[in-house]
Design a protein. Structure first.
Length: 231
């Protein structure tokens, strides 16, 4: 309960309702939370990448990174120094049988992290690398960055400053840029069955409209459904 207004709380509450709605058609459908997808860099050490939500539907594996309020106040994070270590990367080529060409493209993709002020590009990079390790380009896979979008009514209550407005504009631009970079990269490494998507919870409310707790969810995270849908 203490985390109900966290990104993980938002993801849990939304996707449990989503699970119930999908189960009306696919009875065996199951949503998993905080899945340890794999270690992005090292087989023997390092931390696993934790994805907030994961599920399989219609032959496609989905992994979701959820964001609620963090993008609106958090500072830029560049904590991928170990990923730039050439010796470590060379070892990873041996461990995971990446070609020298693909490893080079991974490192080139990482260079783009300096272009992002607020959107957590480094985190998504690590997630995608872990997914690549696990799936080895096999099967249809989608990595989704799902965010809560600040509504006009929220902006009015919050009394945004010019700096706040500038941040919102930058966030929108960075989301679009990340989508282009990741999908272009996936084409470069020849993984046609994997894609990256950016989505907003605001635009996904109709998918849980039939849930018993739909109105409660909307009141908790959007004040009411009509406001969220209109904005």
């Amino acid at each position: 309960m203490c985390r109900i207004n966290s990104s993980a709380g938002l993801a849990f509450n939304y996707y449990k309702l989503y699970e119930g709605e999908v189960q009306k058609v696919h009875k065996s459908f199951e949503v998993r939370f905080e899945e340890k997808v794999g270690k992005p860099l090292s087989l023997s050490g390092g931390k696993c990448a934790h994805l907030d939500v994961s599920y399989s539907l219609d032959g496609t594996q989905y992994y979701i990174e959820s964001k609620f309020l963090e993008p609106y106040y958090s500072k830029r994070k560049h904590n991928t120094c170990s990923y730039r270590n050439k010796d470590k990367q060379d070892n990873e080529v041996d461990n995971y049988k990446f070609s020298e060409e693909e490893t080079k493209v991974w490192l080139e993709l990482l260079e783009n992290e300096t272009k992002f002020q607020y959107y957590d590009f480094p985190q998504l990079y690590r997630h995608l690398l872990a997914i690549r390790r696990k799936h080895e380009k096999q099967g249809k896979v989608v990595l989704q960055s799902v965010s809560w979008k600040m509504t006009e009514s929220f902006k009015a209550e919050y009394l945004l400053t010019k700096d706040d407005e500038s941040r919102l504009k930058t966030l929108d631009e960075e989301r679009r840029n990340a989508c282009g970079l990741f999908n272009n990269f996936l084409n470069q490494i020849g993984w046609a069955d994997c894609s990256f998507e950016t989505k907003y919870y605001n635009d996904m409310l109709d998918d849980i409209r039939g849930a018993e707790k739909f109105n409660d969810f909307c009141k908790q995270y959007f004040l009411d459904y009509a406001t969220a849908a209109a904005e």
